[in-house]
Design a protein around this ligand. Sequence first.
Ligand SMILES: [Zn+2]
Ligand SMILES: [Zn+2]
Length: 327
Amino acid sequence: MLKTKLALLIGCLSFGVNAASFETVTLGSKGGIQDGNLTAFMLKSEQDDNYVMLDAGSVVNGLIVSEQKGAFEDVQVPADSKYTKVGYLLKERVKGYLISHAHLDHVAGMIISSPDDSHKPIYGLSATNEALMNNYFNWSAWPNFGNEGLGFKLSKYTYTDLPEFQWQEVKGTSMQVMAMPLAHSGGQSTAFMLKDKVGDVFVYFGDTGPDAVEKSDALSKVWSTLAPFVKQDKLKGIVIEVSFTNQTPDKALFGHLTPNWLLKELTALETLAGKGSLNDLDVVISHIKYSLKKGEDPQTVIKRQLDEANKLGVKFHFPAQGDALSF
Ligand SMILES: [Zn+2]
Ligand SMILES: [Zn+2]
């Protein structure tokens, strides 16, 4: 009895100290080539019930797998709803898409589910929105479900251009978003910082190469923007890619990171925010490619290479499709 009460008390205390700010569900964990499990995360603030989708490589399949894994056990579908839980989540609880760039592995799920989706904004840098309307929602690759672009506009999705480095409302949620450009093999990608009502932030990175390889200062600008939040202990977690192992030469990175490059980039953030400032920071690794080869899984290698060289004390996570995480 006492034991139970004590455990309960400790549980409550630790909950009080570590109260979560954000929750993610991984709808797709891979950077390729596994259709059905491509980059997509649902994110919500603990202060409200509605989600935003961070990239949308796999959507409905991600929801199905996540529901089967119990990621949405707390979600109640209203009795008068005509939708399954998957349908209810997609149509009622996901209030918009934040698209980092228009590569297919980041948007395929959104395109395929669009006929049955609800009206939503698509938030992105103007180059991303333009690529979506020119290459996909153009009546050639797919009907035009957007409110701009070629031919008749079905206007299910409202393209919403985000200005760089400015806070914007994420409609239907209690969060705000700031878009920060990234360099991705000559193209543009985006990091999105989400801020909740009390000022805690979470950052999602789309595909990105290291500044030194991209000959860019994009990540450097992101780190300068994040450093004040780190100093104030407001940065609750990040999702960032590591597509390749350290064995991959720089010329074969095509706008992606390795364990060494990620640690180098994170060290740049630590340098700005102060020694030890990233200790215990939750860092979710995304975009590892599914491997067709026999032998060691690239994820095992990447995890080992990150752990071996982790002098920053960050906590790396490798969620599988359907895994929910709190930050
Ligand atoms: Zn990608
Ligand atoms: Zn890409």
